[in-house]
Design a protein around this ligand. Structure first.
Ligand SMILES: NC(=O)c1ccc[n+]([C@@H]2O[C@H](COP(=O)([O-])OP(=O)(O)OC[C@H]3O[C@@H](n4cnc5c(N)ncnc54)[C@H](O)[C@@H]3O)[C@@H](O)[C@H]2O)c1
Ligand SMILES: *[C@@H]1O[C@H](CO)[C@@H](O)[C@H](O)[C@H]1NC(C)=O
Length: 445
């Protein structure tokens, strides 16, 4: 949105052949209206540029009244538009910076990279495009990111020398680390994969920052770190040393390693404990996708419950809220901290299924199943810490999020049916994308 408005103000300045000073005033006014779009009413915004405004003498001296009218109208329209979009306080997000996003072809990484790019950042996205789930979806995300102007590279986070080369070349201001082996159930039979990507290669990321500790690292942790013994709702300082699965154990390990690197080298690291994230381009191995996919195709779904027949409850959180929390944590740049990023309003799985049914206008064929021991019965984020420190406040109501996801699912499945292919993952190999990267040697620091 911001780049768009600035481009608009540039075009306008050219068309009206405004002086440099005035066109600066124009872009300033646009930025002003952006940053105050939620605290100022439309009339207040308009009066900023009216006759009573301190800007007025300046405007009068330098341009015609017609220009002032155009300016005010533009500001008013953009402010109204932003209000409708419900964007607040853009200064809480990184902008005009250079940012590395790992796992950018993944679900959350894709949304984060896209939003950061919208805020006028240089964004480099890396991903190994592994086949944990359908690679086509990762290629679809990467393709969209490239079209938004994100530099997308097929790079493994375990490749230390490539990471060094990238860091030396781009001098990142922030790192958003989302590349990991995700999924609770899969970790039951593939423990090594988790320790490799989530622990070994997390150390690679930390080592990368050892010599530039001032660059804030924000990384994905998980609600799975709350195992046995944590009380509802989950609060950050609560017991997190009795995980019920290997995935949760590796995520807790991230937080411990981050602490050690902060203690030893001053690396600034913030861990975000995400709670059941869903939304467009969501993961095919997660319940929201599976329910939507199977119900719409008339296939039965498994609904898990406890041994004594209780319903499972999840703190489903829309990806837009997750990205908001993530970008706030980047800008906040705590020396060391851990935050819950969830909605703070758990919904039972059967209730969630009803929301999908309502969005699809179709009934589910439910099969009751006992839950696996690795699964928690309830997840529930206490978000006070993130609210207080980051100004985080989840906005997307669960049914709205479900409607939004189902609309995307509809679009995507049609896209697949018509065979509209996306550029393959090899397109993004550094050798194909930026051959000069391979010949330059990383500067030793
Ligand atoms: N989605 C959720 O509900 C949720 C909840 C809690 C935590 N998380 C965490 O958030 C992060 C992002 O999750 P997501 O849902 O987007 O998952 P995802 O699987 O869609 O994204 C992860 C991406 O990382 C990439 N990746 C894996 N190993 C890599 C490696 N060694 N090098 C480079 N890239 C690699 C994968 O190809 C994938 O595209 C993960 O760390 C995950 O554990 C997610
Ligand atoms: C939520 O967390 C805050 C600390 O961030 C704590 O003071 C408060 O008691 C917690 N609330 C509940 C209901 O656990």
């Amino acid at each position: 949105m911001l780049p768009l408005l600035l481009a608009l103000s540039q075009t306008l300045s050219q068309t009206l052949s405004l002086s440099q000073a005035l066109s600066q005033a124009l872009s300033l006014s646009l930025k002003l209206s952006l940053s105050h779009s939620n605290s100022l009413s439309l009339t207040q915004t308009l009066s900023l540029f009216s006759l009573s405004s301190p800007l007025h003498p300046f405007l009068k001296r330098h341009a015609s009244m017609r220009c002032i009218a155009v300016l005010s109208a533009l500001v008013a329209v953009s402010s109204a538009y932003l209000k409708q979009m419900d964007i607040t306080d853009l200064s809480a997000y990184p902008s005009d910076s250079t940012i590395l996003v790992t796992g950018a072809a993944g679900f959350i990484g894709y949304h984060l990279a896209a939003s950061l790019r919208e805020l006028n950042n240089v964004v480099v996205g890396i991903d190994s495009f592994n086949d944990y789930y359908d690679v086509t979806l990762k290629e679809a995300r990467a393709h969209k990111l490239e079209r938004l102007g994100v530099v997308m590279l097929n790079v493994d986070i375990c490749d230390e020398s490539m990471l060094k080369t990238l860091h030396a070349r781009y001098k990142f201001d922030y790192i958003g680390h989302l590349a990991a082996q995700a999924g609770v159930r899969y970790s039951v039979n593939h423990p090594h994969q988790y320790v490799h990507s989530n622990v070994d290669c997390f150390v690679t990321m930390l080592e990368l920052l050892r010599h530039t500790p001032e660059v804030p690292l924000v990384y994905a942790s998980s609600s799975s770190v709350y195992g046995k013994g944590a009380s509802i709702p989950f609060t950050e300082d609560e017991c997190s040393d009795r995980p019920t699965n290997v995935y949760g154990a590796t995520k807790r390990m991230n937080e411990l390693l981050a602490h050690a690197y902060n203690h030893l080298y001053g690396v600034k690291a913030t861990g975000l404990r995400f709670f059941t994230v869903f939304g467009p381009f969501g993961r095919p191995d997660m319940a929201p996708y599976i329910f939507t996919d199977r119900i719409s195709r008339g296939l039965p779904i498994d609904v898990y419950h406890t041994a004594n027949n209780e319903e499972m409850r999840r703190d489903f959180t829309h990806v837009d809220d997750i990205v908001d929390g993530f970008m706030r944590a980047m800008k906040h740049a705590a020396p060391y901290d851990v935050f819950n990023i969830g909605r703070g309003e758990p919904v039972s799985v059967p209730q969630f299924i009803e929301m999908v049914e309502s969005a699809l206008q179709k009934k589910a064929d439910r099969h009751d199943m006992p839950a696996h021991d690795a699964e928690l019965m309830v997840t529930f984020a206490n978000t006070s810490h993130a609210m207080r420190k980051l100004g985080y406040a989840p906005r997307v109501a669960t049914q709205d999020g479900v409607d939004n996801f189902v609309a995307w699912y509809d679009w995507y499945s049609k896209k697949l049916q018509t065979g509209a292919g996306f550029p393959g993952k090899d397109t993004y190999l550094p050798a194909n994308k930026m051959p000069e990267l391979l010949t330059s040697t990383p500067t030793e620091q």
